[in-house]
Write a protein that binds this ligand. Structure first.
Ligand code: PRP
Length: 218
């Protein structure tokens, strides 16, 4: 591939987006256009470095990358695991650190210990299923929610939840606690497998620049 082709990035909207742009700016990428909150434009370009960016809903980022609509994506590891798309995970960006946990009222700890058939509410049904069915060999009923998952045990929709815990304050304020830890999470860079082959040098160079920035910061 020639130098003319644009590399396209899909960036997860929300919590991670600002930190991602901050990191890209430090590598010399011009992000002014995309940071303009008044603009309704969906796709932004840095002509000098031949890079294009768009923001997408987190769970859609691995979809854009798998189909090659974006060469590269930045999204939380929670989404990478949940969507389980055919993409390469090339870099841990080190920010957005949190944990995927089983949470609930402390009494629910007994239900977990006894391997009872419990109800599990989650925005992450695939992660929850993999954890309970494959890792713990525990039969559970999984209920998919789209947000405010902590409500599950409070209104007796479910016994426990599988959700992200960052500071733990949402749990504390609602009388819930971490019962089991599933895995650590942070922002990841993912790459389309064909792009990785066709644009190896450019992608490797970019990943190396970002990696050395992260290492210097730590
Ligand atoms: C996430 C997560 C928890 C909360 C954890 O929700 O689902 O609710 O953050 O953070 P904490 O441990 O620092 O309290 P988010 O704010 O993304 O919104 P959602 O409930 O709509 O998923």
């Amino acid at each position: 591939m020639g130098e003319d082709r644009y590399l396209t990035f899909a960036l997860g909207k929300g919590r991670l987006a600002d930190k991602t742009l901050e990191l890209f700016e430090k590598t010399g990428i011009d992000c002014r256009e995309i940071k303009d909150k008044n603009s309704r434009k969906l796709i932004f370009e840095d002509k000098a470095s031949k890079l294009r960016f768009f923001l997408a809903k987190g769970p859609d980022v691995p979809t854009y990358v798998e189909y090659g609509a974006a060469d590269i994506g930045v999204v939380g590891r929670d989404t990478v695991l949940e969507e389980n798309r055919n993409v390469y995970e090339v870099l841990d960006l080190g920010f957005g650190k949190c944990r995927m946990c089983v949470c609930g009222p402390s009494e629910a700890g007994e239900l977990l210990k006894n391997h009872e058939r419990i109800r599990v509410a989650s925005k992450y049904p695939n992660i929850a299923r993999d954890y309970f069915h494959n890792k713990k060999r525990q039969t559970v009923d999984i209920i998919k929610l789209n947000g405010s998952v902590e409500l599950g045990p409070l209104v007796e929709l479910s016994d426990v939840i599988v959700d992200i815990v960052e500071t733990g304050s949402t749990l504390r304020e609602n009388g819930l606690t971490v019962l089991e830890e599933i895995c650590p999470l942070s922002a990841r860079m993912i790459v389309n497998p064909v792009s990785m082959q066709m644009e190896t040098e450019r992608i490797k160079d970019l990943v190396n620049r970002i990696r050395s920035l992260i290492n210097n910061r730590d």
